[in-house]
Design a protein around this ligand. Structure first.
Ligand code: NAI
Ligand code: MG
Length: 332
């Protein structure tokens, strides 16, 4: 099988960290064909669209992509919508995998190995916001049976792949009985029908947040809705060593777009301080889940592990991006 990759570097540190992930994939996959595409705020300023049709076409043609980061203004800008949200929705990338594990030297705690599976297309990120009056703004939280079931089917696949001992559904059905109730019941039905009833567990999101701080090693596979998953995955990635070590994979409709969890990091752009490990580890997710090359994914993770164990940190000041990239490549 030949491997095609659509590379969307985006804004800020995206173009600084993505070359590291591409170099790692090129080393492991000699047949890799790379195509570059644009998206993000700079793209919007230049072309009037944050995600050109050519980028969507490139992703569809390649089937797999790497995404760096984009900048989004925190005020409404006419015609602009976050590029990554647009890519997720337009390409049917319905789920988001966010693994969190302990690494030598950089993790504050050993023994953490969990994966947050987040619904990626609806919830409070439905994009439905409007003014009810000049004093009241409304956002609509959309939960559908179909999207919840898709997420649960993906949970089955991930649970099988990692031999999950526990699957925790995270919701807030005591306060949001219709939306969270539908989410919980739809997921439960699928997981029970697929034989995961014994591993199934539930937590309200506020308690889940507390327990992720108190005893992260007790969690295995967490399945939750869009906003809850966004917040809990940033919280949980503290245990792996922070945003510089947090990978993710947008997945669905036969396509996959790997993406470091972090944003465009305007405070360090151009300084050489951006840690490329989140991007490199995202490439490993692409290998494992989209290309079924689990052994190659493990090689990347083992190289990162060995690098961190040997160096004892991944902060090389203004040489960080270069030193970490070369260090991991040398270990592959
Ligand atoms: P951020 O993730 O860009 O940065 C948060 C903090 O973490 C900063 O201090 C940054 O320097 C540090 N950091 C992030 N990645 C790092 C890395 N690889 N190595 C070392 N340090 C790293 O989040 P922030 O500051 O909230 O947002 C900045 C911009 O990014 C905003 O425009 C926001 O909309 C956008 N954003 C985009 C995302 C995406 O493209 N998926 C996700 C999150 C934010
Ligand atoms: Mg986030």
């Amino acid at each position: 099988m030949s491997h095609s990759l659509c590379v969307i570097a985006g804004d800020g540190i995206g173009p600084e960290v993505l070359p590291a992930a591409v170099a790692v994939l090129e080393k492991l996959l000699p047949d890799l064909r790379v195509q570059e595409a644009e998206a993000g705020w700079d793209c919007f300023v230049r072309h009037g669209t944050a995600v050109p049709d050519s980028t969507l076409a490139c992703m569809s043609a390649c089937g797999a992509g790497l995404f760096g980061a984009v900048s989004s203004p925190s005020r409404r800008v006419e015609g602009y919508r976050s590029a990554i949200l647009t890519l997720r929705q337009r390409l049917g990338l319905n789920v988001n995998l966010r693994p969190v594990r302990s690494w030598p030297a950089v993790s504050p705690k050993a023994g953490v190995d969990l994966l947050i599976l987040r619904e990626n297309s609806e919830g409070l990120y439905s994009g439905r916001e409007h003014w009810e009056s000049p004093e009241v703004a409304i956002a609509e939280r959309v939960i559908s049976r179909a999207a919840s079931q898709r997420l649960a089917h993906c949970a089955v696949e991930v649970a099988q792949a990692r031999g999950a001992r526990r699957i925790t559904l995270v919701h807030k059905a005591n306060v949001l009985p219709l939306t969270c109730g539908l989410f919980r019941d739809s997921c439960r039905e699928v997981l029970e029908a697929e034989g995961f009833g014994a591993q199934l567990d539930e937590r309200l999101v506020d308690v889940a947040a507390l327990q992720l701080v108190q005893s992260p090693e007790a969690f295995d596979l967490i399945v939750t809705s869009n906003l809850f998953g966004d917040i809990l995955s940033d919280l949980a990635c503290h245990w792996s060593g922070g945003l510089g070590l947090a990978p993710s994979l947008n997945w669905g409709s036969g396509l996959a777009l790997a993406e470091p969890v972090h944003g465009s990091a305007p405070d360090i752009v151009g300084s050489g301080r951006a840690n490329p490990l989140a991007a490199i580890l995202s490439a490993a997710l692409l290998l494992r889940y989209q290309w079924h090359e689990g052994a190659l994914a493990t090689r990347i993770e083992d190289a990162a592990h060995t690098f961190l164990a040997h160096e004892g940190h991944c902060d090389f000041g203004t040489e960080t991006t270069r030193v970490v990239t070369q260090g991991v490549l040398a270990l592959l």
